[in-house]
Design a protein around this ligand. Structure first.
Ligand code: SF4
Ligand code: SF4
Length: 333
């Protein structure tokens, strides 16, 4: 792994070249769908500012958009992976029929699930106890966020009681075979609790496996380490604590060109709940649309139209290129 550590001016020169040259791969195979911003939590590090209050019609995918997205995916066989994120995706009433349609068409479906949703009960009595069995039935790959294996750290980021609820949610996923059945992968996602880069993924995975097994009897498949992106709620937090500059400095100095091939924006396209086009969910959070496609929607393009496209980059991209790199699938190198 080539790791560069440069004075900021030189790192900026690197970045300008990277930004200028960054293009999507010749073949796009993944559609990432942000199905809605509503979530039962409001975590400190959330880069899309999700919370229970995000109920607006333009913030959660309406039925007619869900129909158009399903039709587009079924029309384009080369899109073999559908990665559904949010918010808490399961809170969108169209989540289930979308998963059913994609799975029936033989596509690999991923759910970025916050495991506390499984124990969550809304004021009107709506519950999400159906989630584990539903996901298992459709062989959905689960990517579940758990920023630490200790209660203190998780509750600090996600709110009091969220660690215990996460443990209950993960055990419910284990009960239906997640984490032990090879067809039911359960990947956990770690992100640092403060302004630092994640530790090495492999050794942290071993720690997570040991701690979660010994203390709670939880099994999981892999751990993905993800860098906190300096945008939205986490950026405001850094600004308020006077740590933004130090954090940006850290990311810039850890710039690693070996991460570029694997950057998630190169292999996917991302849509927001209204079907608008973005290169990744971070750019979506910043309303930074795919260059040249600012007024278009998913159904206005084909996967080939999106291949080899220029990607919109800005300073937050240093979060993806720092150290071992960071993507929806964890470290890159
Ligand atoms: S669970 Fe995920 S989507 Fe929900 S607030 Fe936390 S980080 Fe944001
Ligand atoms: S934030 Fe990361 S994934 Fe998004 S465009 Fe920048 S480098 Fe690519």
């Amino acid at each position: 792994m080539t790791q560069v550590s440069l004075p900021i001016a030189e790192a900026d020169a690197f970045h300008r070249r990277f930004a200028h040259e960054l293009r999507a791969a010749p073949r796009i195979t993944t559609l990432q769908i942000n199905i809605g911003l509503r979530c039962n939590l409001a975590c400190r590090h959330c880069h899309v500012d999700s919370s229970p209050q995000r109920r607006g019609d333009d913030e959660n995918m309406p039925p007619e958009i869900a129909d158009r997205v399903i039709a587009w995916v079924l029309e384009h066989e080369q899109i073999d992976t559908i990665d559904i994120t949010g918010g808490s995706p399961e809170m969108n009433p169209h989540f289930r029929r979308m998963v059913e349609a994609f799975a029936a068409a033989g596509r690999h479906v991923m759910d970025r699930c916050n495991p506390t949703i499984i124990t969550h009960v809304e004021k009107d009595g709506t519950d999400y106890a159906w989630v584990p069995a539903f996901l298992a039935k459709h062989k959905v790959e689960v990517v579940a966020s758990l920023p630490c294996y200790t209660a203190d750290n998780v509750d600090k980021q996600r709110g009091r009681g969220s660690f215990d609820a996460s443990v209950q949610g993960l055990l419910a996923l284990n009960d239906v075979g997640y984490g032990t059945d090879p067809d039911l992968p359960l990947n956990l996602v770690y992100n640092p609790n403060g302004p630092s880069l994640p530790p090495p993924q492999e050794s942290l995975e071993a720690d997570y496996k040991r701690e979660l097994r010994e203390h709670f009897g939880i099994a999981f498949t892999s751990l993905f380490t993800i860098t906190n992106m300096p945008i939205k709620r986490w950026r405001r937090d850094l600004e308020q604590s006077g740590k933004l500059e130090t954090y940006m400095d850290k990311l810039v100095h850890a710039y690693n060109p070996d991460t570029i091939n694997g950057l998630m924006c190169r292999h996917q396209v991302h849509i927001d709940p209204l079907g608008r086009l973005f290169d990744c969910d971070f750019n979506h959070a910043l309303d930074l649309r795919t260059p040249g496609r600012e007024t278009q929607h998913l159904w206005d393009v084909t996967p080939d139209d999106l291949a080899d496209r220029v990607i919109a980059t800005a300073d937050h991209c240093y979060g993806c290129t720092a150290g071992a790199g960071s993507s929806c699938g964890g470290a890159l190198v």
